[in-house]
Design a protein around this ligand. Structure first.
Ligand code: AHG
Ligand code: MN
Ligand code: MN
Length: 343
């Protein structure tokens, strides 16, 4: 029988070999993984656990919250509050940051999460997930404020997601490649199933919400038109399209077999940079994708170089197979260069 490596064993051995997972970070990752197990159980119960449907409230972005959005948020907060590894948390489902209460020791890390990604898929039994990003508290002052969180994605200490699909899979990076763990429901343990994940540089598969086509910017239309033209077009090959509408599931497919994912800025709400959130959706996914050999940009800049200005900031996202992201980004840069030569 092949040897099964648990998440704990993996983290301990990584620390022994490379020294990049200190005790507090290991505890943090294990606590998040345990919380994801609890969320997986709730997701699995579905209607039997009375967890489906709307909670009747709205989050800071004005989106209707589902019961599972709230439950998952509470599970993550409760699990992470008391361990002494965190200074504060931030979530898609909370307007403001959640500072660790005074009765618990304050740790050196800060955790951000999208507790339940793909909310529109909950009630229809399609894959959903949890996304998380870990930052260090760099300032020396005692309290924690929103400013402490406003660090570019390249400063993340760790990032990952858990996808609740046909299998429950935890995907993790601490800045030394990407590893995947599958939940063994019989033993309750996370088992290492893929190490050093690599996204192929080329692909024939793209993911975008095609219903927004009429609102797209010219570089995005050009790219998708060329893909749709297939073998007879400028790309000389047929493309396939996939859109799960859960970023976790779309990114998981890309980490598994390649592809490109786009949620670009569009003309529906020109003042919004995009739909997805920089700090707890785009940054952690960008970190994973880059660690697996892919790229992630907002069209003109690397996502992880962007300096956030507020916690719930939105961003345009293009990520996945290296050569495709380079191509789409190139089309955007050509547009910028053409506009500036006319000035
Ligand atoms: P969330 O459920 O956390 O609000 O995120 C949903 C996001 C993301 O997961 C997905 O890629 C996108 O919204 C789907 O958008 P469309 O509804 O335009 O397909
Ligand atoms: Mn989301
Ligand atoms: Mn969400």
């Amino acid at each position: 029988m092949t040897q099964r490596i648990s998440l704990t064993q993996y983290l301990v051995e990584q620390q022994r070999e490379h020294g990049h997972i200190p005790g507090q970070l290991r505890l943090l990752i294990e606590v998040v993984a345990r919380a994801c197990k609890r969320i997986a159980i709730a997701v699995n119960k579905g209607a039997l656990g009375e967890v489906l449907g709307s909670a009747g409230s709205e989050n800071v972005q004005g989106e209707v919250q589902k019961k599972l959005d709230i439950i998952s948020n509470e599970v993550l907060i409760e699990a992470n509050e008391w361990g002494g590894h965190l200074a504060a948390m931030a979530s898609e489902e909370m307007d403001d940051i959640h500072v660790v209460p005074n009765r618990y020791p304050q740790g050196e890390y800060m955790l951000l999460f999208d507790p339940l990604d793909g909310s529109s898929n909950i009630d229809v039994n399609v894959s959903i997930g949890t996304i998380f990003s870990v930052l260090r508290k760099v300032s020396n002052h005692r309290g924690v404020s929103e400013e402490d969180f406003l660090q570019p994605g390249k400063q993340q200490a760790a990032a990952g997601y858990c996808v609740y699909g046909p299998q429950t899979t935890l995907v993790l990076t601490v800045g030394d490649g990407v590893a995947m763990f599958t939940l063994d429901r019989e033993t309750g343990s996370w088992v290492l199933t893929t190490e050093q994940v690599q996204i192929p540089a080329d692909t024939k598969e793209f993911a975008i919400n095609m219903s927004n086509m009429r609102h797209w910017d010219a570089p995005v239309s050009r790219y998708i038109d060329e893909c749709l033209a297939g073998k007879e077009g400028p790309r000389g090959k047929d493309f396939n399209m996939r859109w799960v509408a859960s970023m976790v599931a779309d990114v998981h497919r890309i980490l598994t077999r390649g592809g490109v994912f786009l949620y670009p800025w569009d003309k529906r709400e020109p003042n919004k940079p995009g739909k997805l959130r920089l700090m707890y959706e785009a940054n952690p996914m960008a970190f994973l994708v880059e660690q697996a050999g892919g790229l992630a940009t907002n069209g003109t800049q690397r996502i992880m170089d962007l300096q956030p200005t507020k916690l719930h900031e939105r961003v345009s996202v293009i990520l996945g197979s290296k050569h495709e992201v380079q191509r789409v980004t190139g089309y955007h840069l050509e547009k910028v260069a053409a506009a500036s030569s006319q000035d």
